[in-house]
Design a binder for this molecule. Sequence first.
Ligand code: HEM
Ligand SMILES: N[C@@H](CC(=O)c1ccccc1NC=O)C(=O)O
Length: 266
Amino acid sequence: MSEDATSGPRPGKTYGTYLRVDELLDLQTLSSDPPEHDELLFITIHQVYELWFKQILWELDRAVVLLGQDERARASHTLGRVRTIVKVLVSQLDVLETMTPLEFASFRAHLESGSGFQSAQFREVEFALGLKDPAAVRRAEHEAARERLRRRLEAPSLWDALLAHLARTGHPVGSTAPGDVPGPATQDAVEDMLLRLYREDPGAALLCEAFTDLDEGVQEWRYRHVKMVERTIGAKPGTGGSAGAAYLRTTIRPAFPALWTVRSRF
Ligand code: HEM
Ligand SMILES: N[C@@H](CC(=O)c1ccccc1NC=O)C(=O)O
């Protein structure tokens, strides 16, 4: 090395200025005062989640572009990366589960009506996949978030991009009967297309398996979140105004249902 590591700071870009570490470490402000020891873990975990949500949205948008260019292998690769991030998100729950119900109760009141329910980026991820509930736009906490959700409500989802790519590459979704009014593809017609595709086009089938991997990963997260909620607050209602675990159980459903239902027909 030409530079002596002990010669003091060098001008220009450094670890801290490149990654903006000082700003990052300024963002963990506890609501409890005097500070409750366990609140820092709760904030850290959630902030890390939001950073990964940002990365997931970045990658999902890329996957839509790649599918639009019929770059099937690269789209699969990108979805594999998202799937791996989701695995990290699931395993992060282990850290939060080291918090006992009493430790959580020590600062829960400070959360007031705040809830994961209000995570705009989580809803954006759902919209990007194709799980679009227009009511989520109205519920977002501020206008910038509503605007982002409105944009994604109207933009083609990852699922739309898959169907368009498959249609261009020999797998159109046919109408169920002659004279059918054109409209969104019915689940039956999509299943028929997938059934043929899995038998006839192994390359396209692998892409569909990458979609299935991702969908399974998101459902794994939802399931583990429910278990964490049950062990932490039992059957109490949530701070967001829902029934809590009972509500969350109803959200464990696939984003790409046809990829699951078709399996009964092989
Ligand atoms: C001790 C830890 C946690 C508890 C007790 C908890 C509890 C809850 C409850 C009860 C709900 C239902 C909505 C409501 O508040 O009424 C909810 C929703 C939600 N939580 Fe958590 N949560 C915890 C950790 C997390 C973490 C680490 C994340 C990661 C971002 C998260 C993200 C979400 C999301 C996205 C929803 C909305 C789910 C949906 O509507 O499909 N939660 N949580
Ligand atoms: N909904 C949780 C509170 C909670 O977990 C939370 C509160 C504020 C910000 C994020 C949260 N995480 C997930 O819902 C509860 O009812 O205790």
